[in-house]
Design a protein around this ligand. Structure first.
Ligand code: 13P
Length: 252
């Protein structure tokens, strides 16, 4: 039996105005207050504009808040960017780095993702490092190699089970309704764990959480979360509804 406590993380992406974000956060905090708490850690990652109202809305609850990205520097001339120190200052505990939408929309490469993750750790945040193959790469039989290479290139120096989480998000499953089969997910998660053994040693690899992301919904979460190397979920669309996010958390 693994001692890894599952993490259910909501990535709200670029969604929600103040009223929406506050209502969603309060709805989840109310569920937690009503109990019983699901057997997992819970995290929401709102857009930067909503971090303050969300932190306020969940104050005193076990719901953690994180950023969806961060810069690799603490401060300076970087117009439009947000540093990990700024996220920590607002009460964030996590930062997602290297999401495939950042890699695509902002041409982020592994070295930048690694630098961002290391900056997140230096600011006391837990980095959620995202990797995943495209459909073309899967069809070309490159899935394991692509994920191995992204993992090795993006994992921060100094990664431990306490400060780093890996998220496997097959690009073809994100926002498509096409979820990885349990066999596909377990194959990649096990390969990621094997690579972590090589990089960090057996004990650290055994303790590090590997999340699955990509069209995880209440109706497929239980099966995915029961897999031996799936330690939680990074949820997009279904994290925008209290009932759906809660149902996924309850599947743990
Ligand atoms: P969906 O759950 O909407 O497929 O998004 C997954 C994701 O990208 C989470 O980071």
């Amino acid at each position: 039996m693994s001692a890894r406590r599952k993490l259910i993380a909501g990535n709200w992406k670029m969604n929600g105005l103040r009223a929406d974000g506050t209502a969603l956060a309060k709805g989840l905090a109310a569920k937690l207050a009503a109990g019983p708490a699901p057997a997992c850690d819970l995290l929401v990652c709102p857009p930067f504009t909503l971090i303050v109202p969300v932190v306020e809305a969940v104050a005193g609850s076990a719901l953690a808040v994180g950023g969806q990205d961060c810069h690799a520097k603490t401060s300076g001339a970087h117009t439009g960017d947000t540093s990990p120190a700024m996220l920590a200052d607002l009460g964030c505990r996590y930062a997602i780095v290297g999401h495939s939408e950042r890699r695509t929309d902002h041409a982020e490469i592994d070295a930048q993702v690694k630098a961002k993750a290391e900056a997140a750790l230096a600011a006391g945040l837990i980095a959620i490092v995202c990797i995943g193959e495209t459909l073309a790469q899967r069809d070309a039989g490159q899935t394991l190699e692509v994920n191995r290479s992204q993992l090795v290139g993006s994992l921060p120096d100094g990664a431990t089970p306490e400060n780093t989480v890996v998220a496997y998000e097959p690009v073809w499953a994100i926002g498509t309704g096409r979820v990885a089969t349990p066999a596909q997910a377990q194959e990649v998660h096990a390969a990621i764990r094997a690579e972590l053994v090589k990089k960090l040693g057996a004990a650290a690899a055994a303790g590090m959480r590997i999340l699955y992301g990509g069209s995880m919904k209440p109706d497929n979460a239980r099966e995915l979360l029961a897999l031996p190397d799936v330690d939680g979920g990074l949820i997009g669309g279904a994290s925008l509804k209290v009932a759906d996010f809660w149902a996924i958390a309850e599947s743990c």
